[in-house]
Design a protein around this ligand. Sequence first.
Ligand code: XMP
Length: 513
Amino acid sequence: TVLVVDFGAQYAQLIARRVRECHVYSEIVPWSMPVEEMLAKKPKAIILSGGPSSVYADDAPSVPVGLFQTGVPTFGICYGFQAMAQALGGQVARTGVAEFGGTDLNVLSEGVLFAGLPAAQRVWMSHGDAVAAAPEGFAVTAATAETPVAAFEHPGKGLYGVQFHPEVLHSEHGQAVMKHFLDAAGCRPTWTMLNIVEDAVEAVRKQIGPEGRAICALSGGVDSAVAAAIVQRAIGDRLTCVFVDHGLLRKGEAEQVERDFVAATGVNLRVVDASDQFLKALEGVTEPEEKRKIIGREFIRVFEDEQRAILAGADGAVDFLVQGTLYPDVVESGGGTGTANIKSHHNVGGLPDDLAFELVEPLRTLFKDEVRRAGEELGLPAAMVWRQPFPGPGLGIRIIGAVTRERLEILREADAIAREELSRAGLDRDIWQCPVVLLADVRSVGVQGDGRTYGHPVVLRPVTSEDAMTADWARVPYDVLSRISTRITNEVREINRVVLDVTSKPPGTIEWE
Ligand code: XMP
């Protein structure tokens, strides 16, 4: 294990991911964790993340006592670098000069971290004050125009540090620097997908025991699918999956679960076609929040009915509920050390808290890209593994106006065409997602064939994003947009106009409702 000590910046998760990309397992711990507790995890190496801009900042966390005397190889990044310098008798100068963004780094001597790397490289900086003098015995290995000490190391003591952020892609050789540290620390690249899946299966087998039974709600998304597939491997038919088809999925998605997923995993699946129930509850409803509440409520109703039926069939002996909680959720809700967390209870369509189940969360230690690779390892359908984000309330919040079966059909066709053309153009990995929105209460005049039409517009909302918190509209090539537009208006009779949403987030959200 490599421990990434989080000093409160958003970079800790990125560092943990980069470490794992070197096939070394990493775990994030808060800076407030006592050093003995960190050492109890038997780390092979410790990485200190960035944080406030300076050790003198008002919000600067205090570095745990003894962190630099553990004997465990330690790598300080940005704030962690300054903290290391200060703790070991170097000097941090209150320069007031700040460096942000792309900066030229001059490597003074390769040492361990820069072995074999170019003497001049672009790195990403984000700091106020700077290290003015390295602690005694440390070699200064790099500088920038503003920062005389931009990297130092003491290989004999296993201590290394850099002022820049090697974890961001804007730092040209950042990943190599990271790897050099991990190699020097003796971390072997054993964190492979096969091991990850096998470990997860083993852990689930242990948790559920030889008799236990579990249920899992499938959503059609990758997280619940991979979680279910892992549990299926561990306990076989003692897992029952429930797939609630609320009628608001996209074209082909229900089949992916009912047919392809079952074929790939052999999972024991109950499909509930609840579309009538959902549509009836949504009848005439146009207010977005009300739609969401109704869909959430109906989901719980259906799931509880199913659960009762399963319990009846299993003599009440179902003790475990499988959820696809991911590592970022665990970290963000403060449960990084394996304690229970609040958020996970609300992951599957807002399941009620009073369910008397123990949670099984086989993806708790994984990032999204790892979950996808685990899905591939488990042989799940590619369309499922690589599915872009899709909201739980589904197409219900992409029809602006009341939801009807007919409108769903129209939107489903248009959405399928857009997805098909974007995939064909090879844009799936560049685009975060592309909602297609039906303006069901808007009509405009058009001409198709020889006649006047009075149809509906659909909006294309292709966006790029890192995490859905912010987004920009994607610059999809004109010829791709043109093909989508032509095909939709040709193939979906009720649509006579295709428009493009060119709003970033903020101010616009990704979805229209
Ligand atoms: P917004 O529209 O808020 O969307 O910019 C951000 C991301 O979240 C997805 N989304 C949802 N996902 N249940 C979900 O599971 C929801 O109710 C929901 N609403 C939005 C959206 O697709 C985007 O990726």
